[in-house]
Design a binder for this molecule. Structure first.
Ligand code: HSE
Length: 438
């Protein structure tokens, strides 16, 4: 059978690794794909840095449009990331009748609806396993492995950089900035690490997972997003004393009122498997009505794990290249005409439990005032920790865990507590999820 010909756009960390793995594992890959797979054209923006040996002998251009316009190419591999010119390149590739493999979560989250419509009209595939959770085949699991199920919710650690930072802070007492620098040096972080730290990268990935799980259009703007910059080492310690770990979670849940999509630091009971996923590792816990809970774990970032997912997609496309387009696995798991635009709930409408940390005067009556406000707002307190002030300091730290309550009610109580004369500074709030799978 004729070999499948690839055009590689982006010869950076993942592109180089993709070329290397295609070469190193060529015969195993051909046994699986049923034909040889070869890169016949590549593009790289910056030609001045030494070129990796992995692409020696492959015609190389600085203009990625030459690659997508090359009539010889069957599949375009887009590994440059970002919105532009990735969008224009992918749309041109589709227009030229080429299949596309991409690791670009930002592109899929923001422009996926348009890209998939164009791909369906043209009868080509756009696949994106590497866009979510690095090397973990989570998209395949949800799109194909769980297709008999009604998926109720999923919760994932889907940003390796953020998980690495929180783990280093908790285990080694490191400060945030130095842990981030190491994540950058290890090649985990985005080109702009604010995407990792502020939760935007995780929100891109969550919006993709939610669409696959619930059959809804991609709605990145509807994801509530909070980063990890406000998490302190003391929060990690106090959470531990209460039997919890703090993880930066992406949560998508289907409720009778609508869909929840949110990314924020979250306390999870430390006995949950997902609470023990550390470092750059990612994990996604999926609750489905027939299978029950299932957990997918693996490297969430890094060159070879991401290349593993890219090449799995290439093999998938190679296998289906001659299949009738109507009979391929749909881009967003559900048939295109079955995607339903279920409303996404604003964050004020969600219900969850809360961890609160506040600084108060160390005098009688303070706790009574706070608990009275909580009671008046119908909020039950699950646990309270009071940290006595250090010598010479007049203010004590109070940590509270509440029971589940609507976010709007919590906001109202926090507004009342904040203005008490005996309460100082910001009231620090972290949401708590039991992730109950029983
Ligand atoms: N910056 C991302 C992360 C890379 O840390 O998870 C993988 O998508």
């Amino acid at each position: 059978m004729k070999p499948v010909k690839l055009g590689l756009i982006g010869v950076g960390t993942v592109g180089t690794s993709t070329a290397r793995v295609l070469n190193n594992n060529a015969s195993e890959i051909a046994r699986r794909a049923g034909r040889n797979i070869e890169i016949v054209h590549a593009s790289r923006r910056n030609m001045s840095n030494g070129l990796p040996v992995e692409i020696e002998g492959i015609p190389l251009t600085a203009d990625p449009f030459e690659v997508v316009n090359n009539p010889e190419i069957d599949i375009v591999i887009e590994l440059i990331g970002g919105y532009h010119p990735a969008l224009e390149l992918v749309l041109r590739a589709i227009e030229n009748g080429k299949h596309v493999v991409t690791a670009n979560k930002a592109l899929i989250a923001l422009h996926g609806n348009e890209i998939f419509a164009a791909a369906e009209a043209k009868g080509v595939n756009v696949v994106f396993e590497a866009a979510v959770a690095g090397g973990i085949p989570i998209i395949k699991a949800i799109r194909e492995g769980l297709s008999a199920n009604h998926i109720q919710w999923l919760a994932g650690i889907i940003n390796g950089t953020g998980n690495f930072i929180l783990t280093e802070m908790r285990d080694k007492g490191r400060d945030f900035a130095s842990a981030l620098r190491e994540a950058q040096a290890l090649g985990y972080a985005e080109a702009d690490p604010a995407f990792d730290v502020e939760g935007i990268d995780a929100a891109h990935k969550l919006c993709i997972l939610a669409s696959l799980a619930f059959g809804i259009p991609l709605k990145f703007d509807a994801v509530y997003t909070e980063g990890i910059a406000g998490i302190t080492t003391e929060d990690l310690v106090y959470a531990g004393q209460l039997g919890y770990r703090i993880k930066h979670l992406g949560i998508a849940r289907r409720t009778d009122q609508g869909i929840e999509m949110r990314v924020h630091p979250t306390l999870i009971p430390d006995r949950r498997l997902i609470a023990n996923v550390d470092g750059v590792m990612n994990a996604v816990l999926v609750m489905a009505d027939k299978l029950g809970p299932s957990l997918y774990y693996g490297a969430g970032a890094g060159a070879d794990p991401t290349a593993s997912a890219v090449i799995a997609d290439i093999i998938d496309v190679a296998r289906t290249i001659t299949t009738d387009p109507q009979n391929r696995v749909p881009h967003l798991a559900f048939q295109a005409d079955q995607i339903v635009d279920i409303p996404v709930l604003p964050i004020e409408q969600i219900s969850t439990a809360y961890y609160l940390r506040l600084r108060v005067d160390d005098i009688p009556g303070v706790m009574a005032d706070i608990t009275r406000i909580m009671g008046e707002s119908d909020i039950s307190i699950e646990a309270i920790l009071q940290k006595e002030p250090d010598a010479g300091v007049e203010q004590a730290t109070i940590i509270m865990l509440t029971q589940k309550i609507r976010e709007m009610q919590m906001n109202q109580a926090i507004d009342k507590i904040r203005v008490l004369d005996t309460v100082h500074g910001e009231i620090h709030r972290i949401r708590v999820e039991s992730l109950d799978v029983d």
